[in-house]
Design a protein around this ligand. Structure first.
Ligand code: GLN
Length: 545
């Protein structure tokens, strides 16, 4: 049994009901945003799957893999937490059933349970609770904001729910509250907000021994007083504890909605904490986003040229980074999704890029779609259309330059050799540290690394005359050092390098409106308060500034 512990840390647990995809991550991040004024709020996410982390999952299936500074590969909800709360999250703040079971099985082999039968209860639930306590302790958290993934009733999240049920007794009534996010539909033809799905989902939660203290009703509109009354009476809470979670045109509006709905006061009085949010500047940015959606002051269209364009979540942080730029530049940024696997002729490239003001080739893997990306890069380079290449997008810009400017026909990345493609000039090659790895999971060059910026370069200007910046990486391949001289002789500039290793981390073409590539992922550190400088200057150039 884990030791009962009266904690100085407060716990807020967010669960979801009825449907997945209601935006539980945004809800949790918004709660974190509202509390972060004076308190140290640590977000924790519990995922039910058996992968250790999402690093090996297909982005079409799972959405973007978010990379943390410490090298963790985590669920995209961590992107929301960082962007809404202005914090740097850590890998061990993400529990997955894969990690939980691995810990337990390792302990069992070590002999930590000698003489005992290892059971789901108490061993799995204790292990989850101890993990929470450890995070709270290590981080000196004022508030642990725990989001339980999935929806109530999912088999794979049962142990998390059982653990958080027990947690209330362990830490004391006054130190923990449950917030349940549900769905309040307004069926077409009925024109009335309906509470039944919420009632049923709360019943399910009650069966698990959990009574929500606050209910957030997601739906197309603000909840009206009578539905709040009804939900409150069915769920044993006050109508003031029922909060609207309406559809909004920008997710960044959610903290403002919750504030107007009185959520900060509810949290303060339930947990005895005080952290008044100051949302004045936040509101200005949100209004910029909304006003420009409705009535653009000025606008730019950025083509996002990748192969996972069927699922916008695959590039979630890239999309957000563009939103941040729009908010600060008071402009509307439209995204044109271009599936590069379909660009097989010059005419298809011309048609896809017709009228776009800027182009991004984001991160990616493998051979499919890369010839289309290379055609796109040639197109924008020859026409001086602003370009940002991220990770694979930088590597392929180097490939394009090698082929079409340096005359190295069939230059390519050796990554495609695995798929049988001929590579005469391996201008992009595997990182030395990546050769002969026996495992795929968690073994890329991951996380935050320093980038030394060449003084006087465009990168130097963009990063505010800094010669050292820290950025996040996720790759196995790099610019082949043997080709650096050939490329630079023909005018390509590597303006960001690793301080001690020979890894090229930023490239640029001087004399252009904007043509830059980064081996890192600048989108991962962009937020509404501080848009990523690379995105910011891409969008500025696309706006014609
Ligand atoms: N596939 C490339 C590599 O592994 C690029 C990775 C990426 O874009 N994240 O280096």
């Amino acid at each position: 049994m884990s030791k009962p512990r009266k904690s100085s840390c407060k716990y807020i647990v967010v669960t979801g009901g009825v449907l997945s995809g209601l935006g539980k991550g945004i809800a949790a991040a918004s709660i974190g945003n509202l509390l972060s004024g004076r308190l140290k709020v640590i977000p924790v996410k519990c995922d039910g799957y058996l992968n250790t982390d999402p690093g090996t999952m297909n982005p079409i299936e799972h959405g973007e893999v978010f990379v943390q500074d410490d090298g963790g590969e985590v669920d995209m909800d961590f992107g929301h937490y960082e962007r809404f709360m202005g914090i740097e999250t850590k890998f061990y703040w993400n529990l997955t059933m894969g990690k939980v079971f691995k810990n337990i099985l390792d302990k069992e082999r070590r002999g930590d349970y000698l003489g005992k039968t290892v059971q789901f209860i108490p061993h799995v639930t204790d292990s989850i609770k101890n993990w929470f306590h450890e995070i709270a302790r290590n981080e000196h958290a004022d508030v642990l904001l725990i989001e339980v993934g999935g929806t109530v009733g999912d088999l794979e999240n049962q142990f998390y729910l059982e653990a958080i049920r027990q947690l209330k007794r362990d830490v004391g009534e006054d130190n923990l509250i449950y917030i349940h996010l549900t769905y309040v539909p307004v069926p077409e033809g009925v024109h009335e907000q309906k509470s039944k799905p919420t009632q049923m989902s709360v019943r399910l939660l009650n069966e698990k021994g959990i009574e929500p203290d606050i209910i957030i009703g997601r739906g197309p509109e603000m909840l009206n007083p009578s539905i709040k009354e009804k939900i409150a009476s069915y769920c044993n809470i006050t109508p003031a504890s029922v909060i609207s979670g309406p559809d909004v045109s920008s997710v960044y509006e959610i903290p403002l909605v919750y504030e107007r709905e009185g959520l900060p006061e509810l949290l303060h009085s339930a947990l005895g904490i005080y952290s008044p949010p100051d949302l004045r500047q936040w509101e200005i940015w949100v209004n910029n986003i909304k006003n420009n959606q409705a009535n653009p002051r000025r606008r730019a269209t950025i083509a996002l040229c990748g192969k996972y364009t069927t699922l916008e979540d695959s590039y979630a942080s890239v999309v957000e980074a563009l939103t941040h730029c729009g908010a600060h530049l008071n402009a509307r940024v439209d995204i044109k999704w271009v599936d590069t696997a379909k660009l097989d002729t010059q005419a298809s490239v011309d048609a896809a890029l017709q009228g776009v003001d800027g182009v991004i080739v984001p991160g990616g893997f493998g051979h499919r779609g890369i010839e289309g990306k290379i055609k796109v890069i040639q197109y924008v380079r020859e026409r001086d259309i602003p370009y940002l290449g991220i990770c694979y997008g930088m590597q392929l810009a180097v490939v394009e330059y090698a082929r079409n400017v340096c005359g190295l026909k069939d230059a390519n990345t050796t990554e495609v050799r695995e798929e049988g493609v001929k590579v005469d000039y391996p201008v992009i090659d595997i990182l030395p540290g990546q050769k002969n790895l026996s495992q795929k999971g968690g073994t890329m060059r991951l996380g935050g690394h320093d980038v030394e910026i060449k003084s006087g370069s465009q990168a130097f200007k963009i990063f505010g005359n800094k010669t050292l910046v820290r950025q996040r990486f996720r790759h196995r391949y790099e610019v082949n050092p043997e080709y650096i001289q050939t490329l630079e002789d023909k005018g390509l500039v590597f303006s960001g390098k690793h301080p001690t290793e020979n890894i090229m981390q930023v490239m640029e073409l001087p004399g252009r409106k904007f043509f830059m590539g980064s081996q890192f992922h600048p989108e991962l550190t962009s937020n509404l308060r501080n848009p990523s400088p690379l995105f910011f200057h891409l969008v500025k150039a696309a706006l014609g500034e």
